[in-house]
Design a protein around this ligand. Structure first.
Ligand SMILES: *Cc1c(COP(=O)(O)O)cnc(C)c1O
Length: 712
């Protein structure tokens, strides 16, 4: 319901500015402003202040404008916003006072907030956290991605457990976006050659404190209906749509930055989707008089590429004919070097040569990194043919382990506790392990009370969603149970939430149902498991895994101790990673490049229980969680069997007894030592702050510096 007539009182005139800068999502004071502004509306809009300001009543606004308590929170938040947008007193400014121009960061998805559905999962969350941290550190980052008007799909599950996908058209005025303008103040629209035609692309802007994000969109009246749909959905189309999207992101992104007067000095490609950036840049350098070779050298010197998966299907590759068709109009001055360029993407992974976007990026980026130490090794092994004759330890792939943005993922319950017990500057220095030593001083009772509250919030959230389905959709009682309504708010709760796909083995824990059942139903210490996650719309296998899990959730045999929460997104993720007691991950090693949800959980005192894959291979310290450590067998089926027995053993002999071992006051002191060690070992090392500083010091800073000193 639109409320066009509402007039924002003069005293609150900057509310729209606060609502449209996504910085509010990671600042407690700013969040408090919107909570207090109209709490029911805050909940009803799933925390969307832009929408709130369109729906709020004049009476409430007027009342807040006269409410001293509200005004003081508002004033503090506005001051904090001004400080968070200032360019001077930042880590980057002190570290690299004379660094040249901005850094362009390209990604096909960005997960910033649930009100902007332009992400599917881990890759997007990583990109979003990277941008937020860059804003905090003062790194002059400009993000470039897509504005998908229909976003990624919403998930529901049929009575048979089959995933149903639905797409919702975003109402532009309900989202924190605005048209991007050129230096002349005109809406930015650029032309992108696609095959034999030209597609127009408009550009939206998202504000994130010091960082800006530009999102490309082809839904313009001047385009054909087919082209208007090109940017409609994230990962929604076939190969043909995908390559066209990637051409628009790469070529259109470079053109959009130019049209807006940005001259990046470093280009970071997050995953291979954006690798056509290098085509456009080489072309422009040749236009300015460079040879192909010198243009390629310059591009290499200033391009950073991060690869994110060891799973072959995760790397986009296209038949050469498809690439030639869609790049037909893109060559310009690069025309004479067409074959040389096409060779840069040539890669044969055993099933014939294709144009591989990762190969293109590996061959044209001067710096390449993987996202955990283990993934670094796997990447060097996997892409050997890119560097013929170079032994695997010499291949130029470094590892920068992922991290999560602490202010985004840390619960307010724990923040408050840290405010009381840690040094006053803990927020600013949260990547310093020393800061966390004082976590030992938090009294057991207080820490346990915070953990208990977080579990209660999760269950209240789960019940409320189930109630809505029951009331509005009249789903069966079995499905109300499957949604988690029989969960025991005091029982040990394991969380498992991530994309449903084969290598993550979502239903591994059900392999021996009798043994699992005995653990779940132990009279003195029951256990329950909450699942969530989407399968990629084209991943039939993933949907079958989901169905297997869903059937367990509706099976009376498990007594309502297995739940499936549908439509996993950032909002659901916040409740889950904060409210469970243990976070579980059991991928088939070494296919999990990093994984980040376990970091979010550990940060909140939810210890990780995982195979030693991805980040856990370096994150596990022996006492900050649990390692599922069965011997490697080399055969999938026997490996599954060995892993699941090791998992049951840990649950039965370590995890469940520790959780239910209580002192006379009912506090599980041994458990809390795992909680403390999870927080203090993970918060500093696996924070986006540590990660982004590592990118800055090993890649961004060095690539930016010479530019000014160099005489070209
Ligand atoms: C963190 C997160 C992910 C990634 O989880 P992994 O453990 O890395 O698979 C996916 N989706 C959402 C919504 C997340 O918040």
């Amino acid at each position: 319901m639109e409320n066009a007539a509402v007039v924002i009182p003069e005293r609150l005139s900057r509310l729209p500015e606060l609502a449209s800068d996504l910085w509010w999502t990671w600042n407690n004071q700013a969040r408090e402003v919107f909570r207090r502004l109209d709490y029911p509306l805050w909940r009803q809009t799933a925390h969307n202040p832009v929408l709130m300001l369109r729906q709020i009543s004049q009476d409430i606004l007027d009342a807040r404008a006269a409410d001293q308590q509200f005004l003081s929170v508002y004033d503090e938040a506005m001051e904090a916003l001004a400080a968070a947008c200032g360019a001077r007193d930042t880590w980057w400014h002190h570290r690299y006072p004379d660094a040249s121009g901005p850094l362009a960061y390209f990604s096909a998805e960005f997960a910033l907030h649930q009100s902007l559905p332009i992400y599917a999962g881990g890759l997007g969350v990583l990109a979003g956290d990277h941008c937020k941290e860059a804003s905090d550190l003062g790194i002059p980052l400009i993000g470039v991605g897509f504005m998908y008007p229909q976003g990624y799909f919403h998930q529901s599950v049929s009575p048979e457990g089959w995933q149903q996908e639905s797409y919702e058209h975003l109402n532009w005025s309900d989202a924190p976006i605005e048209p991007a303008l050129t230096p002349e103040g005109q809406p930015c629209i650029v032309a992108v050659p696609l095959g034999n035609r030209t597609v127009l692309v408009s550009v939206w802007r998202v504000r994130l404190g010091r960082v800006k994000l530009y999102l490309l969109d082809t839904d313009l009246e001047e385009n054909t209906p087919w082209d208007r749909e090109l940017s409609a959905r994230l990962y929604g189309g076939d190969r043909e749509t995908r390559i066209q999207q990637e051409i628009i992101l790469g070529i259109g992104g470079v053109r959009a930055l130019k049209a807006m007067g940005s001259v990046p000095s470093v280009w970071h490609l997050n995953e291979g989707h954006a690798a056509f950036v290098v085509l456009q840049r080489i072309r422009e350098l040749i236009e300015q008089g460079d040879t192909f070779e010198s243009a390629l050298d310059e591009v290499r010197r200033t391009t950073i590429f991060t690869t994110h998966t060891p799973v072959p299907a995760g790397h986009d590759a296209f038949p050469f004919s498809l690439v030639e068709t869609h790049l037909a109009g893109a060559w310009g001055t690069l025309g004479p070097y067409r074959d040389a360029f096409m060779a840069l993407g040539h890669y044969d992974n055993g099933s014939g040569p294709l144009f591989n976007m990762t190969a293109l990026a590996l061959r044209t980026a001067g710096a390449v990194n993987a996202v955990s130490q283990l993934h670094g090794q796997v990447t060097r092994d996997m892409w050997g043919p890119i560097w013929p004759g170079v032994s695997d330890d010499k291949r130029p792939v470094r590892a920068i382990t992922n991290g999560v943005h602490a202010p985004t993922w840390l619960s307010s319950e724990l923040s408050r506790l840290f405010d009381e017990h840690l040094d006053a500057g803990w927020r600013d220095r949260h990547d310093d392990p020393e800061v966390w030593a004082r976590i030992l001083e938090i009294p057991d009772e207080d820490l346990w009370a915070a953990r208990q509250s977080l579990r209660q919030y999760l269950f209240a959230f789960i019940r409320e969603r189930a109630r809505r389905r029951w009331r509005e959709e009249h789903v069966s009682a079995a499905r109300v149970v499957a949604a988690g309504t029989l969960l025991d708010p005091n029982a040990l709760t394991i969380g498992f939430a991530r994309r449903f796909t084969g290598y993550k083995r979502p239903e591994l824990i059900f392999r021996n149902p009798d043994r699992l059942l005995a653990i779940l139903n132990a009279a003195r210490g029951p256990l329950q498991i909450v699942f969530a996650g989407k399968a990629h719309p084209a991943d039939e296998t993933g949907k079958h895994h989901l169905q297997q899990v869903y059937r367990r959730a509706t099976d009376p045999m498990f007594g309502g101790r297995i739940a499936f929460v549908d439509d996993y997104d950032l909002h659901v993720a916040h409740f889950l990673v904060q409210g469970c007691d243990v976070w579980m991950n059991n991928p088939r090693k070494p296919l999990e490049a990093s994984g980040t949800s376990g970091m979010k959980a550990s940060l909140n005192g939810v210890p990780h229980l995982s195979i030693g894959d991805g980040w856990w291979a370096e994150g596990y310290t022996g006492d900050n969680g649990w390692l599922i450590d069965a011997p490697e067998t080399g055969d999938q089926d026997t490996q599954d069997a060995a892993d699941v027995e090791a998992l049951y053993d840990l649950l039965e002999h370590e995890i469940v007894p520790t959780f239910y071992d209580r002192n006379p006051q009912g506090v599980p002191t041994r458990w809390l030592s795992f909680v403390r060690r999870a927080i203090c070992s993970v918060a500093p090392r696996f924070s986006a702050r540590r990660m982004v500083k590592e990118y800055a010091e090993s890649l961004y800073g060095p690539a930016m510096r010479p530019r000014q000193q160099e005489v070209r």
